[in-house]
Design a binder for this molecule. Structure first.
Ligand code: HEC
Length: 141
């Protein structure tokens, strides 16, 4: 389950940023990825309330670098999303980029910026759920 292999393919459908090496885990469902995001988000929220910058940094990093679903699942997603895959991916990027910005803001102990980026991030979660969650859940049920 936790066997990690590094691939340097251009498959960066969820979460990744470039064509660089991507960490690939086996047997990860999209739902599993999402449950991990929820956990990290709860931790992030708690850390913000407690003004614990190092914990904010860690939780934001986990969100920004969440594992990807299996290749098989990603291929299925691409097939079903068709031309909308680009939009799905760009919504994923909103969350990805905001999470990295939270991490950077926490590093410089800038709570104001943490909150600005947190707002962008959580809206990003909601935007994708509002548009795609139901439809995608149908594919993988
Ligand atoms: C690019 C789209 C997208 C983004 C961005 C996104 N999600 Fe999701 N999320 C989904 C989809 C699609 C599902 C339904 C998956 C399924 O049922 O197989 C889902 C489901 C979930 C679920 C329900 C899992 C379950 O057990 O049924 C949680 C919790 C969740 N997401 C958390 C988050 C959090 C937290 C964020 C932001 C940090 C986030 N998601 C960002 C697409 C997205």
């Amino acid at each position: 389950m936790n066997k990690c292999k590094i691939i340097s393919l251009g498959f960066v459908l969820l979460g990744g940023a470039s064509l660089a090496a991507v960490s690939e885990q086996e047997n990860v469902t999209l739902k599993g990825v999402m449950q991990g995001l929820l956990k990290s988000n709860l931790k992030l929220n708690e850390s913000i309330v407690l003004q614990n910058f190092s914990a904010i940094e860690l939780a934001a990093n986990q969100i920004g670098h969440h594992p990807k679903p299996d290749m098989k699942i990603r291929m299925q997603l691409v097939k079903n999303m068709g031309t909308e895959m680009g939009q799905f991916k760009s919504m994923d990027n909103v969350v990805h980029n905001a999470a990295l910005a939270i991490e950077a803001a926490a590093k410089s102990q800038d709570m104001e910026q943490v909150l600005v980026q947190y707002s962008t991030m959580i809206k990003g979660c909601q935007a994708c759920h509002g548009k795609y969650k139901k439809r995608v859940a149908e594919i993988f049920k």
